[in-house]
Design a protein around this ligand. Structure first.
Ligand SMILES: Nc1ncnc2c1ncn2[C@@H]1O[C@H](COP(=O)(O)OP(=O)(O)O)[C@@H](O)[C@H]1O
Ligand SMILES: [Mg+2]
Length: 282
């Protein structure tokens, strides 16, 4: 019961209705997104999977307000954002969205610490404070000794860690990550997944595209896409430290939603088990 009470009732952070994105004209016309309906609650950790070309990156770019749809509706924190100006989009991005791209997108002429500090510029934080925050973030990624390197002096894995540090330095409430560990060895992947998990556990929303099924163990929900649509949507019940205990198909979720506390260890089927102490484990 305490666990149920702990789960706040919040409005969805993201709501998509019939979202479509079209590329090409005439015979070449093609829907990269072909009617996506999706509701994401605050604090979910979503893994998006699906074959190459199914629309994952297109979806993340639209969620991150870097691109717009041709049809349908996108509400962020309950507000339609499709028709806002670029300036408003940029402001929303700098205040609440952190993006990690497949292709790093580091600024070549800035060194590592300046790259990481960049998102803080738009928030009007003074330079010294920015560098201090960037330095703290780089420490989390074991990159302290690379602060004054230029991007071209780094390995691919290091570049990606810098890119992720930059996406997180703002403490964004929504993190959008497009295959963030795609280029990394398993140890570096683990560092990044731990950082994302940490951000998730602080109540933020994570939406991550991945090809690696092993990484879905960090997620509270796994979405499979196919041909610009959502093919399946599964809620995962996870325990801390990422062991997956049970899966609840989303169709059954509405009925069970509040009865599926995230930290359930094992649910008694009918009778209440008296020993629930394990749930208190943190
Ligand atoms: N800028 C673009 N111009 C034309 N077609 C595009 C563009 N971006 C993506 N597409 C097409 O949209 C579809 C979805 O692409 P994408 O979202 O990148 O897929 P995924 O990330 O799942 O691999 C693909 O068929 C791709 O070729
Ligand atoms: Mg992609």
């Amino acid at each position: 019961m305490e666990l149920m009470a702990k789960k706040e009732t919040t409005s969805p952070v993201i709501q998509l209705r019939g979202l479509k994105k079209r590329y090409g004209i005439g015979d070449a016309e093609h829907y990269a997104l072909d009617g996506v309906d999706l509701t994401i609650e605050k604090g979910e950790f979503i893994a998006i999977m699906g074959p190459s070309g199914c629309g994952k990156t297109t979806l993340l770019n639209i969620l991150g307000l870097l691109d717009s749809s041709n049809d349908g509706e996108y509400k962020l924190d309950g507000t339609p954002v499709d028709n806002l100006s670029d300036v408003r989009h940029a402001r929303i991005r700098s205040q609440q969205i952190g993006m990690v791209f497949q292709s790093f997108n580091l600024v070549d002429r800035l060194n590592v610490i300046e790259n990481v500090a960049l998102p803080l510029t738009y928030k009007g934080i003074p330079r010294l404070k920015r560098l201090k925050l960037a330095s703290d973030m780089l420490k989390n990624f074991h990159l302290s000794e690379r602060e004054y390197y230029m991007p071209w002096q780094l390995s691919g894995g290091q570049m990606q860690r810098v890119a992720i540090a930059r996406a997180l330095v703002n403490n964004p409430s929504i993190v959008l990550a497009d295959e963030p560990t795609g280029n990394l060895d398993s140890r570096s992947s683990h560092v990044i997944m731990r950082e994302l998990s940490d951000i998730h556990q602080r109540g933020n929303t994570i939406i991550m595209v991945t090809h690696n099924p092993a990484l879905t163990t960090y997620a509270s929900r796994v979405i499979h896409m196919l041909d610009g649509q959502i093919a399946s949507d599964t809620k995962m019940t996870v325990v801390p430290d990422k062991a997956v205990v049970e899966k609840v198909p989303l169709s059954a979720r509405n009925a069970k939603q509040t009865a599926t506390p995230e930290k359930t260890v094992k649910k008694p089927t009918k009778k209440r088990s008296p020993k629930k102490t394990k749930e208190k484990k943190k």
